[in-house]
Design a protein around this ligand. Structure first.
Ligand SMILES: [Zn+2]
Length: 132
């Protein structure tokens, strides 16, 4: 489960912010997880809930995740379309989320082309930290 190391990285980032602000408790963090990041949201939340128990700084912390859906760009006419389908949460290899989005058949609404390229959205971004 690579989500555990991603969560550890995120917590380390927040820990540095807390140190710089002399905060003793993190109240809430907001994270944006792109649809092509390969992150399984359920596993990410599970890892966070497990790791925060052992950490006084995070014990009361709420995790808010924004997970926008995928966007595909048509290779023929360039039109962008929001992808259908949903993220699989049963497979936890890196990249499995990408595969499950792509395996869903999405055709271009403008020209009907089926060769669509996933457009952007592979980021994991710390959006906001609330602390005391
Ligand atoms: Zn098209």
């Amino acid at each position: 489960m690579h989500e555990v190391s991603l969560v550890q990285g995120l917590m380390e980032q927040v820990r540095n912010i807390a140190r710089n602000n002399r905060a003793s408790e993190i109240i809430r963090i907001k994270v944006l997880i792109g649809p092509f990041s390969g992150v399984v949201i359920d596993s990410f939340e599970f890892a966070f809930d497990a790791l925060k128990q052992d950490d006084a700084l995070f014990r009361q912390c709420m995790l808010e995740i924004q997970a926008p859906g995928p966007v595909f760009q048509c290779r023929k006419c360039g039109a962008k379309t929001a992808g259908q389908g949903r993220q699989a949460n049963t497979v936890d290899q890196p990249g499995s989320a990408v595969f499950s989005w792509l395996s869903h058949e999405t055709a271009c609404p403008e020209c009907g082309e089926k060769a669509l390229t996933p457009s952007g959205g592979d980021e994991i971004l710390l959006m906001q930290v609330e602390m005391e």
